[in-house]
Design a protein around this ligand. Structure first.
Ligand code: PMP
Length: 404
């Protein structure tokens, strides 16, 4: 049984106050809070296991390695990858996207080749491509959307040419909440013989992501958005693709043999993991995924769907309310503006009421240009948010609106 009040007890930070008011944390799209067992996994490992992984014959190193590699298996199961060799640990979504763009671009893209992205992408799925474009002369093509925030699939298909070498699109928008029909879009790309990489930063915490069912070639995500620690992320890639990509960084761990004349690289997944990994972080990350599994991703999705529908309905009653992103398939993100109140003023005054929301362009300035605005206020939900918190948000927005 899903009981939000039981869940909340596992997140100590939710008991704190700000400005003497109970904290209402609605910035889960930026990062989620951590359950006690995730934080304890960090201190426990530092206090009782800590040793570098993969190198030591000694007991602690072997124990740390078992925890670290056990976490890789937990991630594999979470996304239903075929093989642990397909799970590369990174620092986060941003590093994962940079890794894929740099290595795939190096091996498979040349001047005049094309990548397809979308108008709603996060900067981390735009700028690495622009860096590659400056280096190699590739072209970036952009899938447009309608005013509800849905990608135009007919236009998408028209973008494919014989020069298309990759599609890189987010599964859920961090601004609009739109759940893109990624499975269908992947099938289209494959029809043209083009691989597809998915920015799953905003989908992994909120819905079941099965890489085999999607038939995704690559997906990337961050632990900190799914109740895990900061500084850890994942690149999933089909083994046959990862095998064909060159290494990203050089150093320890990623080699088999080094001499001044010639170096041979390690097997997957280590080929992409130069240097000491954040093995403490991976243990804590696995604890977060186990926590989500225990609650049930279906229960989390249903709860967040309820909160989103309820909040949307209540917010629409507020005079001057504009909500950005009204796709029928939508996750727990509501971006809005009220009248001509600046998003920053709204966010700052809500903060004074104890309500934490995000304001600004949300690392999606091209999307802001498409919407004809500079920024929004964004409320984004997690598994521990309540209907009462939504009521407080709505009351808060009304209070702020009346002040202007
Ligand atoms: N993509 C999307 C859709 C995101 O929402 C974010 C985080 N806001 C990122 C990428 C970047 O994630 P990180 O900062 O964890 O690297």
């Amino acid at each position: 049984m899903f009981d939000v009040n039981v869940i909340r007890k596992d997140f100590p930070i939710l008991d704190r106050t700000v400005y003497g008011k109970p904290l209402i944390y609605l910035d889960n799209g930026a990062t989620t809070q951590k359950p006690r067992m995730v934080v304890e996994a960090i201190t426990d490992e530092y206090y009782s296991v800590n040793a570098n992984v993969h190198r030591g014959v000694h007991y602690l190193s072997q124990q740390a390695t078992e925890l670290h590699e056990g976490s890789r298996e937990t991630v594999r199961r979470y996304i239903n990858a075929k093989n642990v060799n397909e799970i590369i640990f990174t620092r986060g979504t941003t590093e994962g996207l940079n890794l894929l763009v740099a290595t795939y671009g190096e091996e498979f893209m040349n001047e005049g080749d094309e990548v397809i992205i979308s108008v709603m992408e996060h900067h981390s799925n735009i700028v690495p491509w622009q860096i590659l474009a400056a280096r190699k002369g590739i072209t970036i093509k952009v899938v447009p959307m309608n005013d509800k925030g849905e990608l135009l699939l007919d236009e998408y298909e028209k973008l494919f040419t014989e020069r298309t070498k990759m599609v890189s699109i987010m599964q859920v928008s961090n601004v609009l909440g739109t759940i893109n029909p990624i499975k269908e879009m992947i099938a289209t790309a494959h029809k043209y013989g083009v691989p597809f990489m998915v920015d799953a930063a905003q989908s992994i915490p909120h819905m079941k992501v099965d890489v085999q069912d999607l038939d995704a070639d690559f997906i990337v995500f961050s632990a900190h958005k799914v109740y895990g620690p900061t500084g850890i992320g994942v690149v999933y890639g089909k083994e046959e693709w990862l095998d064909r990509l060159p290494p990203y960084q050089g150093g320890g761990e990623m080699i088999k043999h080094v001499s001044f004349e010639k170096t041979t690289f390690n097997d997957l997944p280590f080929k992409f993991e130069a240097g000491t990994p954040d093995y403490i972080g991976t243990t804590a990350f696995a604890k977060a995924l186990e926590y989500v599994n225990n609650v049930g991703i279906g229960n989390i999705a249903a709860h967040e769907h309820f909160l989103t529908e309820y909040a949307t309905q209540k917010m629409k009653e507020i005079p001057g309310m504009r909500i950005f992103g009204e796709a029928p398939q939508k996750g727990g993100v509501i971006s809005f503006l009220v009248g001509d109140i600046h998003h920053f003023d709204m966010g700052t005054l809500l903060d004074r009421l104890g309500i934490a929301v995000r304001t600004g362009h949300h690392c999606a300035q091209p999307l802001m240009q498409r919407l004809g605005i500079e920024g929004t206020v964004r409320a984004s939900f997690g598994m521990y948010n309540t209907r009462e918190e939504v009521d407080a948000l709505v009351e808060g927005i009304k209070r702020v609106s009346q002040m202007f």
